[in-house]
Design a protein around this ligand. Structure first.
Ligand code: 13P
Ligand code: SF4
Length: 368
């Protein structure tokens, strides 16, 4: 067997886990958790499936998961139920001896993959030619460790959907212009909230290596938005808002700021996953809501708020496919390999990348 084939085989879940009953899988998770106690920590993002989230020691949005990773000094194994960039963030923020494991290495994020190191270097070179030393980079936490490292090295910081306003204000106190990676929508929605006009925004296209700007005076540009997006949140459209408003005029619309600006502008409220959860929890019994975010979370909110009338803003929306890669069989498989020193599905960011990425993360944590 070639080295590559052996590696790939190692990363494929053994058939036996797929044949186990749900009861047997759940029992096995309980057994390992009881045995390892505080040596094991399982954080879970709000978009994870119910079958997985039931075993999470802590659940949260991206900011909370980064904060609890930074605080946890005790666990030897952190089995991260989320996507790859979240596990990388946990590895950067924890001690060297702590092992971060992602139950399925295929759990990536298509948005994070929309900005790579080479594209970012090319963009930085061209943008500094146009704007000189006036730009500070900020990156959404939904980005690879390499992009976080680039941002840290250039004085910038990380942003999540729950601290984007604070961090963008912070950034404008450092420099005149911001390069916002990789989600143009979170960048645009946040900048509009801070009073920046749409005609003061340009878009960096990493495929054509070009600045897209309609205006006549490029010196007016205050924020350069990387042309990236979340394919899940792009599924919510202006037509969905129009349909909801016409059929159910009393229904409040709440969306995630990864939705395009036209949708956020028409919605009643926008915010992170934690903001959405809290808003609905605190809403009047009997109130009606349409939610624009990922379906595992929307379904959970519907179940836990049976006194309210809640639907998805897009009736045909589905879950985030990569978040869904983490299922009960993968969780059990990764727990079973914890103590055999196989370093199976271990997430390890190299020391050089981690150093600058940590700087960028710490600038965010200090301001959150
Ligand atoms: P938050 O939980 O931080 O709102 O993030 C949403 C998201 O898309 C994570 O991938
Ligand atoms: Fe990435 Fe969007 Fe999935 Fe979040 S919901 S992990 S941003 S693809």
């Amino acid at each position: 067997m070639s080295m590559l084939a052996a590696l790939q085989k190692n990363r494929m879940i053994p058939e036996i886990y797929k044949q186990m009953s749900r009861e047997a899988l759940e029992e096995r998770v309980r057994e390992v958790k009881n045995k390892l106690g505080s040596k094991l920590f399982i954080p879970g993002h709000h978009y994870q499936k119910d079958e997985v989230i039931q075993f999470a020691d802590a659940t949260g949005d991206s900011l909370k998961l980064a904060q609890i990773s930074a605080e946890n000094k005790e666990a030897e194994f952190i089995v991260f139920c989320g996507v790859h960039f979240m596990a990388e963030t946990a590895d950067i923020l924890t001690r060297d001896e702590q092992k971060v494991i992602l139950p399925d290495m295929r759990a990536g994020c298509s948005m994070a993959d929309m900005a790579d190191e080479q594209q970012t270097d090319r963009a930085w070179e061209k943008l500094t030619e146009i704007f000189g030393e006036t730009i500070l980079p900020l990156t959404y936490i939904n980005s690879t460790a390499a992009i976080k490292s680039f941002v840290g090295e250039n004085g910038g910081a990380i942003v999540t959907s729950s601290n984007a306003h604070t961090m963008l204000k912070w950034a404008f106190n450092q420099k005149e212009r911001i390069l916002f990676l990789p989600d143009q929508h979170l960048g645009r929605n946040t900048a509009v909230d801070l009073g920046i006009d749409l005609d003061e925004m340009a878009v960096w296209n990493p495929i054509t290596n070009n600045l897209e700007f309609d205006g006549d005076d490029v010196s007016k540009v205050k924020i350069i938005l990387w042309k990236g997006h979340c394919s899940v949140h792009m599924g919510f459209t202006v037509q969905n808002v129009i349909d909801t408003r016409s059929q159910f005029p009393d229904r409040k619309i709440i969306v995630h700021p990864e939705c395009r600006h036209e949708v956020v502008k028409l919605a009643d409220m926008a915010g992170s996953t934690s903001y959405i959860i809290k808003t609905i929890e605190n809403a009047e019994p009997g109130s009606s809501w349409a939610i624009g975010t990922e379906m595992n979370l929307v379904n959970r909110i519907i179940q836990t708020n049976s006194d309210k009338n809640i639907v998805s803003l897009n009736p045909h929306m589905c879950s985030c496919m990569t978040m869904n890669r983490i299922d009960l069989p993968h969780l059990v498989w990764s727990l079973d390999t914890l103590e055999d020193n196989s370093n199976h599905n271990l997430i390890k960011v190299d020391a050089e990348t981690a150093e600058n990425a940590k700087l960028a993360l710490e600038r965010m944590l200090a301001n959150s």
